[in-house]
Write a protein of this length. Structure first.
Length: 293
């Protein structure tokens, strides 16, 4: 088993043929108007309408227009089908419409229409008090494992050289900055975090999502007495890192305005579907959609 990057044609096929069947399985808080933004990342920058403005390889789009008081006035997406259209054809369905900062019309350019390598939604939410997400990335696990393998000789060695010396770059999936064992280890850590949420915080609503190169763990209880402000999130980071020695990305936990990969979107770098999982024994081979096999 190895991994590869999806082609533009495969990405379009996935969002046309496979993704619509998953829409009804999205977590209930991910709607067309709930998250404050949706975001797309492109493999190559795409021009905008206004001359002199740099082409964009990452865009965020608000789900609502607001007035000067911050009140919602007009929805950018009337239903989730509109979000799907935006994902499939970002330039032709840009919520910015004819704004000078909207993506340029591909029909007027000598380059293909943009296609998303990644689809994100904002954790900042219009209808929920908060969404808390912990990120565990196989790349960080691999880097730590490589440093332990190399030992005292690490010195000023850069990350790629370190991974190479530890043999990780040659391990399957070849060419990626981690091995499959690091991905599997991230999943194990993810369920350990879920257990901590349930045992230490009495959490009743949690979710573990395979992100393609690691996991996202959600704490979704909406008790207003536990809003998890900046200080609370710092405490949580310290608990997970120092007490339980779990290699999380603390910036993601701390920042309520982060974006996260949309469940059931395609991680195009590894041809895997981002998806909620129920067991640490999840077979990552099952994440490759049939339309890409």
């Amino acid at each position: 088993m190895t991994w590869r990057q999806a082609t533009r044609e495969e990405i379009y096929t996935y969002y046309t043929e496979a993704f619509p069947s998953y829409v009804d399985q999205l977590p209930s808080f991910i709607t067309s108007r709930g998250p404050k933004q949706y975001a797309l990342a492109f493999r190559e920058p795409h021009p905008v309408r206004k001359d002199g403005v740099p082409a964009k390889d990452f865009i965020r789009r608000d789900t609502w227009q607001t007035n000067s008081s911050g009140d919602r006035t007009k929805a950018a997406f009337n239903e989730f089908g509109d979000v799907v259209k935006f994902i499939r054809h970002p330039a032709r369905n840009d919520p910015l419409g004819k704004s000078q900062f909207a993506l340029a019309d591909p029909d007027l350019l000598e380059k293909p229409a943009p296609s998303p390598d990644a689809v994100y939604y904002a954790l900042d939410h219009w209808e929920r008090p908060w969404v808390l997400l912990v990120d565990i990335d196989a790349k960080e696990i691999a880097r730590q494992r490589a440093a332990q393998a190399v030992g005292d000789d690490v010195g000023e060695v850069d990350s790629e050289a370190l991974l190479n010396r530890a043999g990780i770059l040659e391990a399957d999936p070849a060419g990626y900055p981690y091995a499959f064992e690091d991905v599997e280890r991230s999943i194990e850590y993810g369920f350990a975090v879920r257990d901590i949420f349930q045992d230490d915080f009495n959490a009743e609503e949690t979710m573990v999502v395979y992100s393609g190169q690691g996991v996202h763990i959600y704490l979704l209880d909406t008790d207003l007495a536990n809003r998890y402000d900046a200080k609370s999130r710092e405490v949580l980071n310290d608990l997970l890192q120092e007490t339980y020695e779990i290699p999380i990305d603390p910036v993601v936990t701390a920042d309520r305005r982060r974006v996260a990969r949309l469940p059931y979107s395609l991680h195009a770098d590894v041809c895997s579907v981002v998806q909620p999982i129920e067991s640490p024994n999840f077979d990552i081979r099952a994440a490759t959609p049939e339309v890409l096999q």
